[in-house]
Ligand binder design. Structure first.
Ligand code: NIG
Ligand code: FE
Length: 415
């Protein structure tokens, strides 16, 4: 089997002897690392690591491929547990409306926003969607992402939702990234259902969910549970129906108000609840020891000029925190997880160590890949990044405009 040795690593970051599901509270500030280290990869998996002093290079096969990582750090590749990166077109015109002062709800109420993308989706071809998404995937690999969750939700009709999910299925087969797909039929209420949204919820439950399950097109189910979108009752009905198909929730919650979304997500053992700008004591109590990962999406809060989720209070309460990109054309038009790390640190006052856990271990958990990804651990998939020569981990969130990643290795191969 092919072996790849990365040697003379200045710092091998996020090493774990035994895999923990996620990192919470004060532990997030501890980042186990090894200075002057090596990492050995066999096939697609991590087979050994340690200090250079323990490396017996002579014992390796003659054809081992060697990368010299002098002055460079090696970390697990980022896991981006929340994106909408299959979409037909950018929405830069709306962006100007936003700058002029229109709110996210105002744009949505007049048929813009998600409905704008949904209209374009009706006529978009599967091949075009696939090609455009492949370009986006290629780009996020260069920024160091190794795994990504992608949602439907710009279809909002049976056919278009299935079209999006089939595109995600093709992406899973064609891309070296680890990809998970999420069915988000309940992303927005189509115009013709306004005032009778329970009928749209019926459609999601009675037609979309069975078809998605039949074709095995989704790993997870999502609902945008927030003011102006889906109510707690709608969400409860959808998650209850989805559970019958074995679909675990990962939901949009508490972005626009104290919507009750966090609590209903926890009730259905959601893998994650995402956004969380409106999180108070009650919500944190519900999340404590729940197994539901609180996931903050700094790109959307920044772009929409929202209040920021209380990351420090969450960690002080002993909760884990994950950070994902929310890459989408309406509220976060970037999948650059290094930028998300910078935002996590500057806007949410998270330490570099905390930010690194938040985009690796904790997002791996939030997308259900924590057993195979998220840390440097023997037996895990070899999805790692080698940085350019940089001073240390602090430089990762600090130099926010620069690509600090030189090489992304996915499944043991340079991508
Ligand atoms: O996560 N909050 C809801 N949905 C997306 C926005 C999608 C869009 O505006 O196209 C989000 O921010
Ligand atoms: Fe989102």
């Amino acid at each position: 089997m092919k072996q790849l040795l990365i040697k003379n690593i200045k710092q091998l970051v996020q090493v774990e002897k035994e895999n923990q599901p996620y990192i919470a509270g004060a532990q997030m500030a501890q980042l186990p690392s090894i200075d002057n280290a090596y990492l050995l990869i066999k096939g697609a998996y991590i087979s050994a690591y340690g200090p250079m002093s323990e490396l017996n290079e002579a014992a390796l096969p003659a054809d081992v491929e060697v990368i010299d990582a002098t002055d460079r750090l090696v970390l697990p590749a980022w896991c981006d547990s929340h994106t909408h990166l299959v979409y037909p077109k950018s929405r830069d015109v709306e962006y100007v409306d936003k700058i002029k002062g229109l709110s996210y709800e105002e744009i949505a109420a007049r048929g813009g926003g998600i409905l704008n993308s949904a209209k374009l989706m009706q006529t978009a071809s599967e091949d075009q969607l696939f090609d455009d998404a492949m370009v986006r995937l290629q780009e996020i690999i260069t920024w160091g992402t190794g795994a990504v969750e992608i949602k439907s939700g710009y279809g909002l009709t049976l056919d278009s939702e299935l079209k999006m999910l089939r595109v995600i299925k093709r992406l899973k087969e064609a891309s070296p990234l680890t990809i998970k797909s999420t069915f988000l039929g309940a992303h927005s209420i189509p115009m013709e259902y306004r005032g009778q949204q329970e009928k749209y919820v019926d459609l999601v439950i009675n037609e979309m969910l069975p078809a998605v399950a039949k074709e095995k097109l989704a790993d997870y189910v999502d609902v945008f549970c927030d003011v102006g979108f889906f109510t707690v009752e709608d969400t409860d009905r959808i998650l209850n129906a989805a559970a019958k198909y074995g679909l675990t929730p990962k939901i949009h919650a508490n972005e626009l108000d104290y919507s009750g979304g966090i609590q209903v997500g926890v009730k259905y053992n959601a893998l994650s609840v995402d956004h969380l700008e409106f999180t108070g004591e009650e919500e944190m109590k519900a999340l404590k020891d729940s197994g539901t990962m609180p996931t903050i999406l700094p790109g959307a809060a920044f772009f929409l000029n929202m209040a920021y989720a209380p990351a420090r209070q969450m960690m002080a309460a002993g909760l884990p925190v994950a950070l994902a990109s929310d890459f989408n054309p309406g509220s976060s038009p970037s999948g650059n997880m290094q930028l998300i790390m910078a935002m996590g640190s500057v806007l949410y006052r998270m330490l570099p160590e905390e930010v690194i856990h938040a985009v690796t271990k904790n997002t791996a958990y939030a997308m259900g890949v924590d057993k195979e990804l998220g840390s440097i651990c023997v037996g895990k998939k070899a999805n790692v990044v080698i940085t350019k020569p940089i001073p240390g981990i602090e430089y990762l969130p600090y130099a926010y405009g620069e690509n600090k990643v030189e090489t992304t290795i996915l499944n043991g191969a340079v991508s």
